[in-house]
Design a protein around this ligand. Structure first.
Ligand code: ADP
Ligand code: ASP
Ligand code: MG
Length: 605
């Protein structure tokens, strides 16, 4: 007998008809002989309404009481769902998070799951009942009700599928799958048939609201296949699966995402010495703020600039922390821009296709959109633009990669343009776990799945890549078109670019740097010069150190721990570039090995 987990989102249980329809779906599976467990969200806009209600009483409701309030939304849904299923003649039982022993840490409104006891659910399932569990909620060790953060019911569903060893996890929602971008913003967006965990992780954390990004961390860690599909239709939706099952030859970009409410902060005149970056992010992560894009470029005249983005709502608090940090390290000051948005493209194919960055920058240049910041990882490119340009920018990029065309039609990068990235001098160390950002010393004896919390960070390894060189371009005018020109020249020279970093510049001048294979450094610099850009410098070799894992962004402490370890050894960081699955830093080639050793120790590998 197989076990199926089905999750119904807010719109899928908005009224009694929809609840009954969802109930029938579960019953259908039950009649086929499956054991069925349902996770439900609060109905319709209930969670928003509860938040608004609290805000009517006080601007700053205590987080514990907020959780007490928000958890009621899901409790209503489970009870109604159980009644619906019983009324259709099938035995059912509802449970709150506390009743199934879903234990979390005590970070109210953003709690992480520590462990789940399966006994009570297994018993009810064994008795032939359909089990209904409230999503989004749990309890801490002291029986305080906690919630997992907005959209957290997805995470409950995938976590239950993981602990129960379910055969599948279906996410029923108001769209019929994961689209190439949010179909509400870009109506030409198309459904994706299959997508890998890493791509979905990046898309979800870069703004695609269709799945809670932490649910994908679970799915990847425990190998749970997810099927995202419509509550209101029977067509197959999108499968989120292992990479080997999701790879699509000839397709460079799988999807695009928009994060609209970002704010950018830049610390100016940062002295170029070991430890400064650590000092900045220690102060910010101590304030419990999630930092998103982090960009640091080569230093000029002994100072550098460090930029990063945060959610706009966190700006005031972040500014305060950043100003404190700037004073401590002797930086000249902090500037910010609250009117920015981030556009990203994601795709496994980027690992082997050249020209993705060029195509993205060119399309945006043609649309007259200025790029304020750029950061890349192996499978994504993000750019920061003015908020007013956000939607046109998303549309432009979506069209440029032919994401509005039926899949199967090769994009502008057919397989003939595949250039395999150079062999790398890489070392991969075995799996280990660290609890990097939450308090240590947790009593884990009660856990029935793993010694530490289920949602703890997993570090897959640290890597050293000594095969790259860095090209830096100074005085890039702050107007549309430059990045496109540079990378067109590089692409024409046939050079594979790995990391790209562009920082907002002082007085309209920005600084753009990128890494290429060592053997191609001079060719790349020559190409840029012949495109009419004079101010170019080449660092013929650099060491790229990476920490690789799952959930690097949601665990804010990872970057801090990495920077701290390097600072302690006096290793200077001259380039930073982050993503959901890795944090990369560039350092002096002579310190690479030493850096690798100290990171292994820092992450207990
Ligand atoms: P639920 O209440 O079922 O959890 P959500 O509102 O959380 O539903 O998620 C579904 C919504 O996510 C869709 O209506 C859509 O507007 C939005 N969305 C954002 N990005 C995407 C995407 N790439 N694909 C599909 N939907 C997306
Ligand atoms: N009800 C919660 C929310 O609206 C959780 C969820 O729907 O996933 O965020
Ligand atoms: Mg949701």
């Amino acid at each position: 007998m197989s076990l199926l987990v089905q999750k119904f989102g807010g719109t899928s249980v908005a009224d009694s008809d929809k609840i009954l329809a969802a109930a029938r779906r579960a019953i259908q599976a039950h009649k086929r002989g499956d054991q069925v467990l349902i996770v439900v969200s609060a109905r319709g806009h209930t969670t928003d309404e509860l938040i608004a209600l609290a805000k009517e009483i006080t601007e700053n409701p205590p987080a514990r009481e907020m959780d007490m309030l928000l958890a009621t939304g899901e409790q209503v849904s489970v009870a109604l769902m159980a009644m619906a299923i019983e009324s259709l003649g099938v035995p059912a039982i509802s449970f709150t998070g506390a009743q199934i022993g879903l234990v979390t840490d005590s970070f109210h409104t953003k709690a992480r799951i520590r462990n789940i006891s399966t006994e009570r659910m297994a018993q009810a399932l064994g008795e032939g009942k359909i089990v209904i569990v409230a999503g989004f909620q749990g309890v801490d060790e002291n029986y305080n009700i906690t919630t997992l953060g907005r959209g957290g019911s997805d995470t409950t569903a995938v976590a239950l599928a993981a602990v129960l060893g379910a055969d599948g996890c279906e996410i029923y929602t108001d769209v019929d799958g994961v689209y190439t971008t949010d179909p509400r913003i870009v109506p030409e967006a198309r459904k994706i048939d299959r997508i890998s965990y890493d791509e979905m992780l990046e898309l979800a954390s870069l703004g695609a609201g269709v799945m809670h990004s932490r649910s994908i961390e679970f799915a990847k860690k425990y190998g749970v296949p997810i099927h995202v599909r419509s509550s209101f239709a029977d067509a197959p939706g999108t499968w989120i699966v292992e990479e080997r099952d999701a790879r699509r030859l000839g397709v460079a970009v799988t999807g695009a995402a928009l994060a609209k409410d970002e704010a950018r902060l830049t610390i100016r005149g940062v002295p170029d010495r070991p430890g400064v970056v650590h000092a900045i992010f220690r102060t910010i992560s101590a304030a419990n703020i999630v930092v998103d894009m982090i960009v640091q470029n080569v230093a000029t005249e002994g100072t550098t600039e460090v930029s990063f983005t945060v959610a706009r709502g966190d700006l005031a608090e972040t500014l305060h922390a950043a100003e404190t940090a700037a004073r401590q390290i002797g930086a000249t000051g902090v500037t910010y821009d609250a009117e920015v948005a981030k556009i990203s493209v994601v795709g496994l194919g980027m690992r082997t296709h050249t020209g993705v960055a060029t195509a993205m920058f060119e399309a945006l240049a043609d649309a007259g959109i200025n790029l304020q910041m750029i950061t890349t990882s192996e499978i994504k490119i993000s750019v920061l633009v003015d908020r007013a340009s956000a939607v046109p920018a998303l549309r432009t990029v979506h069209r440029a990669f032919l994401l509005d065309r039926p899949s199967g039609v090769p994009g502008p990068f057919d397989s003939s343009s595949e250039t395999h990235c150079k062999p790398r001098a890489m070392k991969l160390v075995p799996l280990a776990e660290v609890e990097a950002d939450r308090e240590a010393g947790v009593d884990s004896s009660a856990s029935d799945l793993r010694p530490l919390g289920m949602e703890d960070l997993v570090i897959a390894g640290v890597e050293l890549d000594e095969s790259q060189a860095r090209v830096a371009l100074f005085h890039i005018p702050d107007r549309p078109g430059y990045a496109a020109r540079v990378f067109r020249a590089i692409a024409e020279a046939g050079v594979f670019v790995d990391m790209i970093v562009q920082n907002v510049g002082e007085e309209g001048n920005s600084l753009l740097s990128f890494t290429v294979p060592r053997s191609a450094a001079d060719r790349a610099a020559g190409a840029v010069r012949s495109a009419g850009i004079a101010d170019v410098s080449v660092e013929p070799a650099l060491a790229k150190l990476s920490v690789v894992g799952v959930g690097m962004r949601t665990h804010t402490g990872v970057a801090t721990r990495m920077f701290a370890a390097l600072a302690e050894r006096g290793i200077n960081i001259n380039l930073i570039n982050t993503s959901e699955v890795r944090i990369n830093v560039g350092t002096d080639i002579a310190r690479g090995q030493e850096g690798l050793e100290c990171l292994k120790r820092a992450f207990a590998l």
